[in-house]
Design a protein around this ligand. Sequence first.
Ligand SMILES: NC(=O)c1ccc[n+]([C@@H]2O[C@H](COP(=O)([O-])OP(=O)(O)OC[C@H]3O[C@@H](n4cnc5c(N)ncnc54)[C@H](OP(=O)(O)O)[C@@H]3O)[C@@H](O)[C@H]2O)c1
Length: 194
Amino acid sequence: MKVGFIGAGHIGKALAKKFVNAGYPVIISNSRGVESLQSLVEELGDLATAGTSEDAANADLVVLAVMWEQTTSALEKLKKQLSGKTVIDATNNMNSSPDDQPTSVVISQLIPDSQVVKAFNTLIAATLDEDPAVNDGKRVIFYSGDHTSEKETVGRIISDLGFAAIDLGDLKQASPLTEFFKPLSALNLVSYPN
Ligand SMILES: NC(=O)c1ccc[n+]([C@@H]2O[C@H](COP(=O)([O-])OP(=O)(O)OC[C@H]3O[C@@H](n4cnc5c(N)ncnc54)[C@H](OP(=O)(O)O)[C@@H]3O)[C@@H](O)[C@H]2O)c1
């Protein structure tokens, strides 16, 4: 399964490393083009390549890791490539107001033919970049989505990357907990076996 990254900043880079470490080939993209990604590709190693955002959106599984303000323009041109695909949405809206729709709901509306799974948006990038194993425990990643089968696949992948995957239900159930400034946001939790 090849994993495409729309966004190769703090979150995209930390997460691409985790996928590569778990043996997944990745294709990363940003707004400035392939040349600007060469040093990151070298750092990530043989399983990584750079491409356009269209190339990344053509992968089997896609991770969205752009700033909230960049989301609409990034997704509008990728609707066709993303149709029928699972999209892991790691975005947060850091300037949201109480009347705003949750990010995951807005993104589902922007790419209605994709299966959006919200995940990896609650740990700060520096923590996400650390080892998911902590002593005998595993760092927690929450995930949620409206499409059960795709959500379960993402849950298995999160476990495969070495994290403890916790299913919070559908997007509307999870958003009051995981959106920016909500109770689980930026919380670095570790799950220990009983
Ligand atoms: N940083 C954190 O601790 C953290 C934690 C949890 C969630 N988040 C969320 O994760 C998302 C990404 O945050 P970040 O800190 O990684 O941001 P960032 O460091 O600013 O990275 C954003 C990336 O998106 C790329 N990009 C912009 N427009 C694009 C487009 N049209 N197509 C492809 N790539 C595009 C940028 O490329 P260029 O550099 O070439 O413009 C850059 O690589 C945000 O929504 C943020 O709220 C961040």
